[in-house]
Design a protein around this ligand. Structure first.
Ligand code: AMP
Ligand code: GLY
Length: 449
């Protein structure tokens, strides 16, 4: 039996909390097909409220939990049309691209509740300069910055800053739009490259900002536009290789809780960043709904905003879902329908850790199609659940089908145990064409030592 099925069988009956529907009456359409969506689907599938889970486009792991549709996460009209025609009660959007393209707006026009912000509100992620304007109106602490569409004034601005220089494409560039340059020469080159069209429309404008020092952590909150339900914190490892070296990636591992995220940091993050920003979005007539992901730089217990994302983190979502004890589905529904007031979520006191197994070569060029064995064996180990990020199934065989391929998660009494168990899961997996970082959690473990 699959781990997810085991958990479904064990889930305690919950009170029906959605509209007047009976238990087991809710139809959900989940948009996206990566590791984050596998974890969301795994959690949603455990809800006694669920009657049907539709997947656009699904994945090898997700397809066992619901019904795969014939269209993908970029086919917004198809998603909205299907949801309306099939009386879907809730659309849950995993990735940012459909939100930035207006999926929530299309669904709103058809009266289908959507977990995820409107196009206007998703600009908190899709436009760095929009985020900076909102943060500044809201008084949220963040880096000083300038916005440029011409090379000469951008270079002039750089000359009043000191190294390292932070240069960002204004729009969405799949996590690759940030350059941190050690020298003025490299900074100039990045400005020319980006304004020269490196990321097309996404870098027609750039933002240059002050370099912030400290330790990074991520914090998440769910909101219906007014009421805010704080979730928990996590830390991820963005660099490809051990010691936080090598190229930037979408994230090679993560853990929660983040020791740097003390109660004081949490309080400040809510009061100084999340609450005023949610209020500012409402004031502008574009309330933010869904999950707000704040990327933070923390120094002396003062959080400063690095970025917002309009979605859950990937791979942070996977460990959040592992630590979440409550039923997620009612909360997603309440956030999507303006009824979040009074909602609560219970979290495990245990820690969670995640190790990404990636294809050799990632984040550069990599091969697809190599066979992966041992996922079932890993899933059978204590505390371990493997989520599939870039995998396809062919004749019962699992084949690598992406850069980040597997997310091996584990729970443990503390971060050390969670990390050890996650690595035991990794060891059980037989995939010679993959690699992984061997030092996930090192910052947290060093504090312990
Ligand atoms: P972003 O895509 O905005 O998350 O940036 C990617 C990474 O670059 C962040 O996770 C930080 O590690 C780093 N970064 C971005 N902006 C700054 C900044 N102003 N100061 C220091 N580091 C930054
Ligand atoms: N793990 C970083 C992100 O989801 O943006």
């Amino acid at each position: 039996m699959l781990i997810a099925e085991k958990l479904i069988a064990k889930a305690p009956p919950l009170k029906a909390t959605l509209r007047n529907k009976e238990i087991g009456q809710v139809k959900v359409l989940l948009v996206g097909g990566g590791g984050r969506e596998h974890a969301l689907g795994w959690k949603i599938a455990q809800s006694p409220e669920l009657s049907k889970l539709y997947l656009a486009p699904g994945s090898a792991g997700l397809n066992r939990l619901g019904e795969k549709l014939s269209f993908g996460d970029g086919e917004l009209q198809a998603i909205a049309g299907f949801a309306a025609e099939n009386a879907v009660d809730l659309v849950v959007v995993g990735p940012e691209a459909p939100l930035a393209a207006g999926l929530a707006d299309l669904l709103a026009a058809k009266n289908v509740p959507c977990f995820g912000p409107s196009k206007a509100a998703a600009q908190l992620e899709s436009s760095k300069s929009f985020m900076k304007d909102v943060a500044s109106e809201a008084g949220a602490p963040t880096a000083r910055f300038g916005r440029f569409t011409e090379i000469a004034p951008a270079k002039a601005f750089l000359r009043n800053e000191t190294a390292p220089y932070v240069i960002k494409a204004d729009g969405l560039a799949a996590g690759k739009g940030v350059v941190i340059a050690e020298t003025l020469k490299d900074a100039d080159a990045a400005v020319e490259d980006m304004l020269g069209g490196r990321f097309g429309a996404a870098s027609a404008a750039i933002v240059i900002e002050e370099f912030m020092r400290g330790e990074e952590a991520s914090f998440f909150a769910i909101t219906d536009g007014e009421t805010i339900l704080p979730l928990i914190d996590a830390q991820d490892h963005k660099r490809a290789y051990d010691g936080d070296q090598g190229p930037n990636t979408g994230g090679m591992g993560a853990y929660s809780p983040a020791p740097v995220f003390t109660d004081k940091v949490r309080e400040r993050t809510m009061k100084e960043i999340i609450e005023p920003v949610v209020a500012e979005m409402k004031k502008r007539g574009t309330p933010y709904t869904g999950v707000l992901y704040a990327g933070l730089m923390i120094e002396n217990e003062q959080p400063r905003l690095v970025e917002f994302n309009a979605r859950f983190g990937d791979p942070e979502c996977q460990i959040l879902m592992r630590r979440l004890k409550s039923d997620l589905l009612p909360v997603l529904y309440k956030a999507a329908t303006g009824k979040l007031k009074g909602a609560t979520l219970d979290w495990s006191d245990e820690a969670a850790a995640l190790v990404v197994m990636a294809a050799d070569g990632y984040p550069g060029a990599y091969k697809k199609g190599s066979e992966i064995k041992g996922v079932e064996a890993a899933n059978a180990l204590p505390g371990v659940v493997v989520f599939q990020a870039g995998v396809k199934e062919e004749n019962g065989r699992l084949l690598a089908n992406g850069g980040r391929v597997l997310n091996v998660t584990a729970m443990g009494k503390d971060i050390r145990e969670a990390v050890e168990r996650a690595y035991a899961g990794v060891e059980a997996i037989d995939w010679p064409e993959g690699f992984y970082r061997k030092d996930i959690g090192w910052r947290a473990l060093e504090r312990d030592a």
